[in-house]
Write a new protein. Structure first.
Length: 387
């Protein structure tokens, strides 16, 4: 699937908003909130409306371009086949804790082997080329080409000699790039992924059987694929509206508050985890104040462009939201994004950053308007027609 391009996703990713589907039990991390973060967020403006940009005379700042009957080309929506589902389950199982193999059999794909190995170059051991009691899953690509495949077919207790060549380029150690190397490997233990079936499902999930797991996982995967497709279409449509529109200027108060928000979020996301101030973070990463100011300005303008155009679309359609109406839209957006509900989505953010969700919800509502008249052509169908 194509990478989403809308600014909204930049704002969501800034603080790591992510949703997943996989188990009946929601796998959403909860962010602990400090007492200062628990202050109630005021969603509505002075008129009691929830808005993306609380600006008087919006038309002075943004000239809204064509936003109806837009045409976009998209890759076909992904259909979750039984083959795709089985591959998904396979990937789930190889990432579970492996079970030691007790039978006398050789190493095979997806096994996890515990090994000791020593690397030689020109007959001499080289630094960083040896280790003991190391776990390696065959097929993970954790070692250079040929290392993992070279262990397949060998049994526990065997010593295997591998004559290989380091890749060129080799970012881990450029001095070794393209050079021949020999590894002597002792296989200490062989483990394999647990077997998928009713027993594993009952022990490790909330499902009653493997069949129920398969059925619900397929539904969840299809829902995720559908949501991804819809989000991509909305992103592409909104990008066209941005191209068709013109930002005349920015309200001074909005510009200053947005820049402060950007700086605060960057400090929370990047500087504070390292125990630094934002200025110290810039200095440590070789970012001049001029470069930092330009970066903040560009990010602030991206967010303002999105919010101003979002509000312009809503205004043009006469769409206004009370807090109650907003909460309904928020719930719908949360489920579209893969969360169990809006509360689970809100828990990903501190109270001071709930506006990120608010702007996302309003953006999504504006994009619903674009979808109503959009002409969506699947690229594959277009190519077949041309042929």
């Amino acid at each position: 699937m194509k990478k989403r391009t809308a600014v909204i996703l930049l704002s969501l990713s800034l603080l790591g908003l992510a949703a997943g589907c996989g188990n009946k039990e929601e796998d959403t991390a909860k962010t602990e909130q400090t007492e200062s973060q628990k202050e109630e967020v005021v969603l509505t403006n002075a008129e009691g409306k929830v808005v993306a940009a609380d600006v008087e005379n919006l038309e002075e700042y943004v000239t809204l371009g064509e936003y109806k009957n837009l045409e976009v080309e998209e890759a076909p929506k992904q259909e979750i086949t039984d083959e795709y589902l089985e591959e998904y389950i396979h990937n789930v199982m190889i990432n579970q804790t492996p079970v030691e193999v007790t039978e006398d059999r050789a190493v095979q794909e997806d096994d996890t082997v515990n090994i000791d190995f020593t690397g030689y170059m020109d007959g001499e051991e080289f630094d960083g080329g040896s280790a003991e009691d190391t776990d390696l899953r065959i097929g993970s690509g954790g070692f250079i080409d040929g290392f993992e495949d070279g262990l397949i077919g060998h049994k526990k207790g065997e010593e295997v000699t591998l004559d290989l060549t380091f890749p060129d380029p080799y970012e881990n150690n450029p001095d070794l790039a393209g050079k021949p190397v020999q590894f002597k490997v002792i296989i200490n233990k062989i483990s394999e992924p647990p077997v998928f079936g009713d027993d594993w499902v009952k022990e490790n999930t909330d499902y009653a059987s493997a069949e129920e797991f398969r059925t619900e996982q397929k539904e969840l995967l299809q829902k995720s694929a559908d949501s991804e497709y819809e989000s991509q279409v909305k992103s592409d449509l909104f990008s066209k509206v941005m191209e068709n529109s013109k930002i005349n200027s920015y309200p001074e108060e909005l510009q200053e508050s947005t820049k402060k928000d950007v700086e605060r979020r960057m400090e929370e996301a990047y500087a504070e985890p390292s125990g630094l101030t934002l200025e110290e973070y810039y200095e440590e990463n070789g970012i001049s104040q001029e470069e930092a100011d330009q970066m903040v300005q560009e990010m602030a303008e991206s967010f303002m462009n999105q919010n101003l155009i979002t509000q312009a679309i809503l205004n043009a359609e006469g769409i206004e939201m009370t807090e109650e109406q907003y909460r309904e839209e928020e719930e719908r957006f949360a489920q579209l994004s893969g969360f169990e509900d809006a509360e689970a989505m809100r828990s990903m953010y501190s109270e001071s950053n709930q506006d990120i969700i608010k702007n996302s919800v309003l953006w999504n509502r504006a994009c619903d308007v674009l979808m109503e008249t959009a002409v969506i052509t699947e690229t594959q169908a277009a190519e077949e027609s041309a042929e």
